[in-house]
Design a protein around this ligand. Sequence first.
Ligand code: DX5
Ligand code: ZN
Length: 217
Amino acid sequence: MPALINPSILSADFANLERDLGRIANADYAHVDVMDNHFVPNLTLGVPVVTRLAEVSPVPLDLHLMIEDADRWAPAYAEAGAASVTFHLEAAQAPVRLARELRAGGARVGVALRPATPVEPLLDLLDEIDMILVMTVEPGFGGQSFIEGTLPKIRRARAAIDETGAATWIQVDGGVARGTIARIAAAGANVFVAGSAVYGADDPAAEIDALRALATS
Ligand code: DX5
Ligand code: ZN
């Protein structure tokens, strides 16, 4: 499975998002972190901004919704033009119903897990989702250090997916950088979100290439 690199624009310049999306045109997706100040103690952007980002981005948008009441609010992000919409399992009342609604809206569906949330409840539902997002930091902020204790969860998810023959992607978000990406890939992840590593680099596009190479070597 090829490694996908999705830079997080949380570490971009919020006054120059179109310019900074142009700097990651060799990425697979642009990762957009939507935070509501309730599910996480931070606030970013919402549907009107996502709508414009989808119009100007050179790559498809991978949305990560860190919001309460995902059942109510997530479908609008599929309608806004996001290629992929990920909601948190902890924030959804009826995750299967919501996943079906998002797919009907034309988006790939991801389900995210905070570091302390087990993956096992998702493993019987692989047909309903396109991606599991294993958070490898507590969600809310960029620039935190990778939580090593999340690696066994990635391994368990990969083993279960391979056993069923499902095509579910495993995305990892938080602390992904040159020093961590190879062992995250070895654990079985195939989609890598990197915010500070990409946008903190002098040349974000070159950093994407370097991370991709490390994840596939
Ligand atoms: C954190 C966000 C991440 C964040 C990752 O809650 O979900 O996408 O941008 O930042 P880094 O890559 O700096 O850990
Ligand atoms: Zn994220």
